[in-house]
Design a protein around this ligand. Structure first.
Ligand SMILES: Cc1cc2nc3c(=O)[nH]c(=O)nc-3n(C[C@H](O)[C@H](O)[C@H](O)COP(=O)(O)OP(=O)(O)OC[C@H]3O[C@@H](n4cnc5c(N)ncnc54)[C@H](O)[C@@H]3O)c2cc1C
Ligand SMILES: *[C@@H]1O[C@H](CO)[C@@H](O)[C@H](O)[C@H]1NC(C)=O
Ligand SMILES: *[C@@H]1O[C@H](CO)[C@@H](O)[C@H](O)[C@H]1NC(C)=O
Ligand SMILES: *[C@@H]1O[C@H](CO)[C@@H](O)[C@H](O)[C@H]1NC(C)=O
Ligand SMILES: *[C@@H]1O[C@H](CO)[C@@H](O)[C@H](O)[C@H]1NC(C)=O
Ligand SMILES: *[C@@H]1O[C@H](CO)[C@@H](O)[C@H](O)[C@H]1NC(C)=O
Ligand SMILES: *[C@@H]1O[C@H](CO)[C@@H](O)[C@H](O)[C@H]1NC(C)=O
Ligand SMILES: *[C@@H]1O[C@H](CO)[C@@H](O)[C@H](O)[C@H]1NC(C)=O
Ligand SMILES: *[C@@H]1O[C@H](CO)[C@@H](O)[C@H](O)[C@H]1NC(C)=O
Ligand SMILES: *[C@@H]1O[C@H](CO)[C@@H](O)[C@H](O)[C@H]1NC(C)=O
Ligand SMILES: *[C@@H]1O[C@H](CO)[C@@H](O)[C@H](O)[C@H]1NC(C)=O
Ligand SMILES: *[C@@H]1O[C@H](CO)[C@@H](O)[C@H](O)[C@H]1NC(C)=O
Length: 502
């Protein structure tokens, strides 16, 4: 026994290094199946090896570009044969480069060659390949008079967005993006191509709606769609406020959100930016409203009436559905992502999901405003805190039973997204930026009850969150681990926050 064990220990590292370095074999295998791939030293590799957040740079062993689900399967089989970790990349907007593996040495399945979108003329269900970005999907569905709920950045990919959530201005009326998935086609770790839906592989269907990347590579998704509302309103207001005024504005936003009077056609958020001088912040009220255009003023009046009457900026832009989505894409304006290149940033973002049953205390809201107005004012470089409205009476997000999908936060009032960029938006990211963003979250949590059950949003993924398994997945983590053991026992779909990580 002992001898055999010793022999095994000797021989394992030899195998491991041979497997890891047999890029020639991997290259030949992919080439023989006409699958495009860029390996480390290839021309084009560096350009392909960039994600949205330049804070984290990693070196995948290769980036592959399959064009069909069969090719995805071949890549997975080839990667697993070489004992590689395999990850999917859709839009590349992961905050921690998980779609490049998160750490060195992964095999990347880039889906950018798979951009088909079809809308069934009878059912109006849409089948969307996962190389698509949100803006292009919105345009294509709109051609058929249909829409789905999703975030407002046109360049975010549907693969990550729908795999972990997908919140947008239509989510209070239509739910998260993942709530509208009817079925998916995906490739498992053993290369098999399967359908996951209520009727087919239901446990997998549960898991991929909240934590898809740990279970497979989704090649296409069938969505339920909605008729586009006839009109939409993009609104944006901004005030420069002192600490008491901004604290009252925050308190009043929560009171309004909990008042039970907001229509489901209302979507929005408040935001905080650096103020004009020490002790001040800029307070933003921004969002989309899909009720009749002429009812917008009366809808927001109860909140606006509590704020200073003359904002420094007020922009209310009304139009049809697709015009409103364009207007919501602030700073981009265009939904078609092939007309201009994607952008990037160098930043650290966190998240905090505040449950609806324990409202934020006045002290917590006041503490955050004070922190931003003082510590935030002193800080160099862009930062912001977005406070997105998920809840309120009847919100479609919270109507979904907790256990129906792997998304673990069906009782959310607000999702906070605090973030800060490097001064020039380029690497390196300053070490002090981490503590600064941590402080935004602790200003809230340290002024809430000790056992306050806050969550975190896995689409605002971070690599420094203590107890991330529970924060992201709450009571679902154990069930996710069981599923992981069944469908990916060798942990090939592995990245820093994949299911099963200790
Ligand atoms: C500018 C910007 C604006 C944003 N706005 C919003 C918003 O309004 N609302 C919101 O909810 N979120 C928003 N997000 C967050 C966004 O939803 C997530 O970053 C999302 O995961 C990005 O998806 P992606 O496909 O672009 O990312 P990728 O980096 O390609 O993927 C993210 C993760 O999903 C996995 N993945 C991707 N495709 C697949 C697939 N086909 N099968 C299995 N796993 C896959 C990757 O491996 C990785 O782990 C925003 C992000 C940015 C950068
Ligand atoms: C590398 O892989 C190829 C094809 O899979 C195989 O023929 C070759 O023997 C491998 N080389 C080594 C050193 O293992
Ligand atoms: C890539 O190139 C570097 C030098 O430019 C070399 O040291 C390295 O061995 C090469 N790697 C591979 C995988 O070919
Ligand atoms: C792509 O979409 C077109 C129609 O728009 C359809 O004819 C074709 O079969 C689709 N291809 C795949 C691979 O789904
Ligand atoms: C985006 O623009 C390109 C180039 O003009 C065009 O081919 C494509 O059809 C457009 N996409 C959508 C979804 O409208
Ligand atoms: C809504 O309010 C704005 C600004 O107060 C005003 O200009 C506009 O006419 C109002 N619209 C309606 C339909 O009342
Ligand atoms: C208002 O928003 C629209 C849509 O984003 C934009 O095109 C327009 O320039 C903005 N107007 C002002 C005055 O900021
Ligand atoms: C980041 O974006 C800037 C400007 O948009 C661009 O010049 C630069 O090449 C990008 N960097 C990377 C690494 O993609
Ligand atoms: C919180 O502040 C609001 C607005 O100032 C006030 O009406 C309310 O009574 C305060 N709540 C508590 C519990 O102090
Ligand atoms: C901000 O900077 C000023 C001037 O340097 C300093 O007096 C103040 O204490 C700083 N505030 C915080 C909260 O760090
Ligand atoms: C959801 O499932 C968990 C176990 O995964 C269980 O403890 C809980 O009672 C279930 N909740 C509901 C509302 O069914
Ligand atoms: C592939 O894995 C799935 C999930 O574990 C399993 O159901 C299926 O039988 C496997 N297929 C093959 C061909 O081994």
């Amino acid at each position: 026994m002992k001898l055999r064990l010793g022999f095994g220990l000797l021989i394992l590292p030899w195998f491991a290094s041979t497997w890891a370095q047999n890029t020639t074999g991997l290259r030949e295998k992919l080439a023989s199946q006409n699958i495009a791939a860029l390996f480390r030293n290839d021309t084009g590799y560096a350009a392909a090896n960039t994600g949205y957040n330049l804070r984290i740079s990693v070196e995948p062993i290769a980036i592959t570009f399959p064009t069909t689900v069969q090719q995805i399967s071949s890549v997975v089989i080839a990667g697993v044969e070489q004992h590689l970790r395999v990850v999917a990349r859709s839009g590349g907007h992961s905050y921690i480069a998980n779609s490049l593996g998160g750490t060195d040495g992964a095999l990347v399945v880039d889906l950018s060659q798979m951009k088909n979108i079809t809308v069934d003329p009878h059912t109006k269900n849409a089948v969307v390949e996962t190389g698509n970005r949100l803006g292009d999907i919105a345009l294509a569905l709109n051609e058929a008079g249909r829409g789905i709920p999703h975030g407002r950045c046109p360049y975010v990919g549907i693969g990550g967005h729908s795999g972990f959530g997908g919140w947008g201005m239509a989510s209070r009326m239509w739910g998260l993006t993942l709530d509208n998935i009817l079925s998916t086609t995906l490739v498992l770790a053993n290369g098999s191509i399967v359908t996951a839906s209520e009727d087919s592989n239901p446990e997998l269907f549960w898991g991929i709606r909240g934590s898809s990347a740990s279970f497979g590579i989704v090649s296409s998704i069938e969505f339920r769609t909605f008729p586009v509302p006839p009109s939409g309103t993009m609104y944006e207001y901004l005030w420069d406020m002192d600490i008491p005024t901004a604290t009252n504005a925050f308190i009043s936003f929560q009171q309004w959100a909990l008042s039970g009077t907001l229509p489901l056609t209302f979507g929005g958020e408040i935001g905080f930016l650096k103020g004009s001088s020490y002790g001040r912040v800029q307070f933003v009220f921004f969002g989309g409203y899909f009720g009749p255009a002429e009812t917008f003023n009366e809808t927001v009046a109860p909140f606006l009436d509590t704020l200073p009457s003359t904002p420094d900026l007020a922009n209310v832009t009304q139009g049809n559905w697709i015009e409103t989505l364009s207007a919501l894409a602030l700073g981009v304006g265009n939904l078609n992502t092939s007309t201009q290149p994607d952008t990037n940033d160098t930043f650290y973002a966190k998240s905090l999901m505040a449950p609806m049953d324990v409202p934020l205390t006045n002290a917590s809201m006041g503490a955050m405003v004070k922190y931003l107005a003082e510590v935030g004012f002193n800080r160099t470089g862009f930062w912001q805190v977005e406070v997105e409205l998920y809840g309120g009476k009847g919100s479609a997000i919270n109507q979904v039973p907790l256990n129906k999908t792997a998304f673990a936060h069906r009782n959310t009032l607000f999702t906070f997204q605090p973030q800060a960029s490097s001064a020039d938006h380029l690497p390196p990211y300053p070490e002090s930026g981490f503590g600064f963003v941590d402080g935004m979250v602790t200003s809230i949590t340290s002024n809430m009850p000790e056992n306050w059950n806050w969550g975190a949003y896995p689409n605002y993924i971070e690599d420094r969150l203590p107890n991330w398994q529970r924060r992201y997945y709450g009571p679902h983590y154990d069930r996710l681990k069981l599923l992981k053991g069944l469908v990916d026992p060798l942990d090939r779909f592995q990245f820093p926050t994949s299911i099963g990580e200790p």
